[in-house]
Design a binder for this molecule. Structure first.
Ligand code: AHR
Length: 502
């Protein structure tokens, strides 16, 4: 099989916002407790946060971390998670039916984010709460001392405002599973008023309205229209969430998951632009893809959200700790290709999640931490994709899949860093056969540096630090220079079957 990729440094999509490489920490399972935070761990810092996890977070290249949920936020009372820890009361989180001890709250998280150099993205509860609690939280985080909620922060030991820029107006409010779920009009009106009040407290913040929790939701499209009609004047972004998995051994559809993500983005953008047209507005709403990943919701032990038949759990239970394979990592790499190709309308995205819960980083309580295969394409893309995304022309053979119809077998994205002149290229081969790709890089000389590759093996996913290290050695590594031939403006590279290459 063969394909061609045509690129020119002047044909561009748009600037790559660093916030595209965000992740997510929810009070869910072991994401917080024994994930980022474990005061008795040998690597814990003086604040009780695991240094080994913080180091891996840096290595992953994460720019933004969304917090505290997720479904969790829709029944969270943020005031219960601030102030002296000894006075904080545990509560039953209805989203995951787990006792939340409230040991880690807003201050602990924001100070961790500050120490680790990641930008926090906060979500407010629009499930069981509303306008006043949302505005109060913005004041608590960003207000100058001298008013009620800002002074509560000062009394809790933090004088300097945190300056949190990114705020989500609730989470997945269209989902029947959401505590306090709403129809589009109910949510749209509430989000508009909450957003208005939040921006009256701090006009510099950026607001994300809840879009659909998936393209397959029955209200998809109409939800976006109604919500944006209501919130047009206050919001900056609309969210999209998507999780992918292999169904019934349909590997071809799974490998083409990024085609579905691309369609999802285009449809959300079309819905937003249709509202702009109706309003005769020049405003351009962008997409915050603030939950995306592979998640074996229906298979392979990842497990569905806690059902109401199960009892209420305590002590940071193991919930949705998916174990990933190299195939999953190839799909994650390809999803990143799609995000880069939509850089003009997607400035912000969060790999859901960061630690233990459908995560690239795993830990054992009191033990080691390690990288899952999905860690590698994320870290490599976050490191190399800088500057401006290029508008490529890819001519590739196609295949017809059960879930997505006709899809290309090769996908590509590229960025050019104007500061250094570096060109980064990302290629996925979704085919079960190798593909020879010819790159026409008009106006750019190409040298091979730092090329990395993930090849999907047929081994099942493996668990544990040593296993993960062994397994990764067979599927992740440097690209063999013999696979690449460069001549003037043309380079030929052979992509192994089912692989992702940077
Ligand atoms: O990331 C896990 C869960 O998936 C989040 O809590 C929710 O927003 C989504 O359904």
């Amino acid at each position: 099989l063969s394909a061609t990729v045509l690129m020119h440094p002047r044909f561009t999509v748009g600037a790559v916002d660093r916030r595209l490489f965000g992740s997510f920490v929810e009070h869910l399972g072991r994401a917080v407790y024994t994930g980022i935070y474990e005061p008795t761990h040998t690597t814990a810092d003086e604040h009780g946060f695991r240094k080994d996890v913080a180091d891996l977070t840096r290595e992953l290249g994460v720019s933004v971390v969304r917090y505290p949920g997720g479904n969790f936020v829709s029944n969270y009372v943020w005031e219960d998670g601030v102030g002296p820890v000894a006075d904080r009361k545990p509560f039953i989180d209805l989203a995951w039916r787990t006792v939340e001890p409230n040991t880690v709250g807003t201050d602990e998280f924001l100070q961790w984010a500050e120490r680790e150099g990641v930008e926090p993205m906060m979500a407010v509860n629009l499930g069981t709460r509303g306008v006043a609690a949302a505005a109060a939280l913005v004041e608590y985080c960003n207000g100058e001392p001298g008013t009620r909620w800002a002074d509560m922060r000062v009394a809790n030991g933090r004088t300097e405002p945190y300056g949190v820029r990114l705020w989500c107006l609730g989470n997945e409010m269209d989902g029947p599973w959401q505590v306090g779920a709403k129809d589009a009009l109910e949510y749209g009106r509430l989000a508009a008023e909450a957003g208005k009040a939040m921006k009256l407290v701090d006009p510099t913040i950026e607001l994300v309205a809840c879009g659909s929790s998936g393209m397959g939701m029955p209200t998809f499209g109409e939800w976006e229209r109604t919500v944006l009609e209501c919130t047009w004047d206050v919001v900056d972004h609309i969210s999209a969430h998507a999780y992918y998995e292999e169904h019934d051994g349909d590997r071809a559809s799974f490998l083409a998951s990024a085609t579905s993500m691309d369609r999802f983005i285009r449809r959300v953008v079309a819905s937003a632009d249709a509202v702009a047209a109706r309003k005769r507005s020049d405003k351009q709403i962008t997409v915050s893809f603030d939950e995306w990943n592979v998640w074996y919701m229906t298979g392979r032990g990842g497990g569905a959200p806690t059902s109401s038949a199960a009892g209420i759990q305590r002590d940071a239970p193991r919930i949705i700790e998916d174990v990933y394979s190299a195939l999953d990592a190839v799909v994650v790499g390809d999803l990143l290709v799609t995000l880069l190709n939509n850089a003009d309308r997607v400035p912000l995205a969060c790999l859901a999640q960061l630690v233990n819960v459908i995560a690239p980083i795993m830990t054992e309580p009191g033990g080691e931490s390690w990288r899952q295969p999905t860690f590698h394409p994320f870290a490599t893309t976050a490191e190399l994709a800088r500057g401006t995304a290029l508008d490529l022309r890819v001519d590739a053979p196609t295949t017809t899949t059960k879930e997505h119809g006709e899809v290309p077998l090769v996908t590509a994205a590229a960025t050019v860093d104007e500061q250094t002149g570096a060109l980064a290229l990302f290629l996925t081969n979704r085919s079960p056969e190798p593909v020879e790709v010819t790159l026409d890089h008009l106006g750019a000389q190409v040298t091979l540096e730092g090329a990395k590759r993930m090849v999907a093996d047929h081994d099942p996913a493996v668990h544990g630090p040593e296993h993960a290290a062994q397994a990764i050695a067979s599927c992740w590594g440097e690209v063999d220079t013999a696979d690449v031939r460069s001549e003037g403006n043309r380079t030929t590279v052979t992509l192994p079957a089912e692989s992702w290459t940077a």
